[in-house]
Design a protein around this ligand. Structure first.
Ligand code: NAD
Length: 260
């Protein structure tokens, strides 16, 4: 039962995170939004969620690379809603370069955002979940949490780390009514991917439409993008009663990418 639960979703001002926030709100959950962006646009998204679904939505501008700001975000959500019942770790960034050319500060930023942040949110949210004897942790990893691609050293390392961390948290929390699972999407059309497609089109002289097709067909037998709302539906399922004994698992939603 998700109605009335408190859900914190990192990186939910855009793309997959925003779609998941709306999916949880549609089920009657109160949501804590988080992420960067234009403050007016974020306020509009927050209000749309409240007006559209009749729930309470609050916004935290916490930078997930800063452990103190994560602690504050979790504490505020617990204060506002009495709990963090569902924690969705979704904030993520990408940087593409070969290992020898990978800027050190970009490595640090990708690891901090995509991996260390997941440790810090879990560290802060698990004690409350244990006290209440109920919790759901959903970590948005990636197909790149299971397989690799050239040029993505930091991202692939971080996402493989997220899959491993998910398993540890699942085992540690198993006796407390808490589950922890990872979702491993293939290509989802969001600003994160649009940027990579534009760069690919520019560097290869392809049109954006051609680049889109080649990009997705190169990895996914289905040659079609995954919709953000479909990742939202999977996250809602993992938070629901039917998923009470699913833990430590990695769910692929990738058009067949990792079946190969
Ligand atoms: P996006 O760029 O649309 O959204 C990323 C979100 O993270 C934004 O809300 C942004 O403000 C937030 N964010 C970034 N750095 C942050 C920080 N330091 N603190 C707080 N928030 C921060 O990207 P997306 O495609 O929706 O990606 C969401 C997640 O899904 C990421 O973890 C990404 O790795 C993963 N993913 C995406 C795809 C895809 O094809 N789009 C595939 C697999 C996995």
């Amino acid at each position: 039962m998700i109605r009335g639960k408190s859900v914190v979703i990192t990186g939910s001002t855009s793309g997959i995170g925003l779609a998941m926030a709306r999916a949880f709100a549609a089920e009657g959950a109160n949501v804590t939004l988080n992420g960067f962006g234009d403050q007016d646009a974020i306020e509009q998204q927050r209000r749309d969620i409240e007006d559209g679904f009749g729930v309470t939505a609050v916004y935290s501008g916490a930078d997930v690379t800063k452990p103190a700001e994560i602690a504050e975000m979790i504490a505020r959500a617990e204060e506002s809603f009495g709990a963090v019942d569902v924690l969705v770790n979704n904030a993520g960034i990408q940087f593409v370069a070969t290992v020898e050319d990978f800027p050190v500060e970009k490595w640090d930023a990708v690891i901090a955002t995509n991996l260390s942040a997941v440790f810090h949110t879990c560290r802060c949210a698990v004690p409350g979940m244990k006290r209440r004897g109920w919790g759901r942790i959903i970590n948005i990893a990636s197909a790149h949490g299971l397989v690799a691609s050239a040029g993505k050293a930091a991202y692939v390392a971080a996402k493989h780390g997220v899959v491993g961390l998910t398993k540890v948290v699942a085992i540690e929390a198993a006796e407390h009514g808490i589950t922890a699972n990872a979702i491993c999407p293939g290509w989802v059309m969001t600003p994160l991917i649009a940027q990579q497609i534009e760069t690919f089109a520019e560097t290869t002289g392809r049109s954006v439409e051609e680049a889109k097709h080649e990009f997705v067909a190169d990895k996914q037998p289905m040659a079609r993008f995954i919709r953000p709302e479909d990742v939202g539906a999977l996250a809602v399922f993992l938070a629901g009663d039917a998923a009470a004994t699913i833990t430590g698992a990695s769910y692929s939603i990738d058009g067949g990418w990792t079946a190969q």
